[in-house]
Design a protein around this ligand. Structure first.
Ligand code: AMP
Length: 190
């Protein structure tokens, strides 16, 4: 899943993983759990997360590669928040080529920036996320534009990109995503 912070990737990743009975790998959640545990990975990640910067590629890539080797991933997986840079996408391609399991799709969540800001500010007060302060939100949106947006072209060139209107009721967005993945939302509970 590709898309800026606040686009609803986390909410939809849970729903798609449930639908397909596959693993849901959310790198932000893994980092937050490590910060809460006080692990070494958490200590490394925290300063980047608090600033709204990306955690360095080597750290993220080795974490995700280890996660992909866990048994629940053999049935497939939804990736939420990874890859976020071209280097991460290349590492993922290489691993998937080794496993002989190509990506089915890269789903790009489209949401206007004003709406993102509104959603992120709401989440900041609801969830007390330390990276949802106003300055940090702006910075995270800039980081997305510079580092992650190039992945839209990356996956378009590979014929894997689907653009999804991510504004509207949660169920409707899920139905749009399922349609992009070749499922018939009318026949499934979303
Ligand atoms: P998220 O919950 O996906 O918005 O991620 C929260 C924060 O975790 C991001 O702002 C980054 O600091 C870090 N993070 C999550 N995924 C990645 C990634 N793929 N690459 C680098 N940093 C990441």
């Amino acid at each position: 899943m590709l898309g800026p912070p606040g686009a609803g990737k986390g909410t939809q990743a849970v729903r798609l993983a449930e639908h397909f009975g596959c693993a849901d790998i959310a790198t932000g959640d893994i980092f937050r759990a490590n910060v809460a545990e006080g692990s070494q990975l958490g200590r490394i990640a925290q300063e980047y997360m608090d600033r709204g910067d990306l955690v360095p590629d080597q750290v993220v890539i080795s974490m995700v590669m280890a996660r992909l080797a866990e048994p629940d991933c053999t049935r497939g997986f939804v990736l939420d928040g990874f890859p976020r840079t071209v280097a991460q996408a290349e590492a993922l391609d290489q691993r998937l080529a080794e496993l002989g399991t190509p990506l089915d799709a890269a789903l790009n969540f489209e949401v206007h920036e004003d709406e993102l800001f509104r959603r992120l500010a709401g989440r900041a007060s609801a969830l007390h996320r330390s990276d949802d302060g106003e300055q940090t939100i702006r910075h995270r949106l800039e980081v997305f534009a510079i580092k992650t947006r190039p992945l839209i072209d990356y996956y378009a060139h590979r014929g894997l990109l689907a653009m999804v209107d991510a504004v509207g009721p949660v169920e409707q967005v899920t139905a749009r995503l399922l349609r992009c993945l070749g499922e018939d939302p009318a026949l499934v509970a979303v």
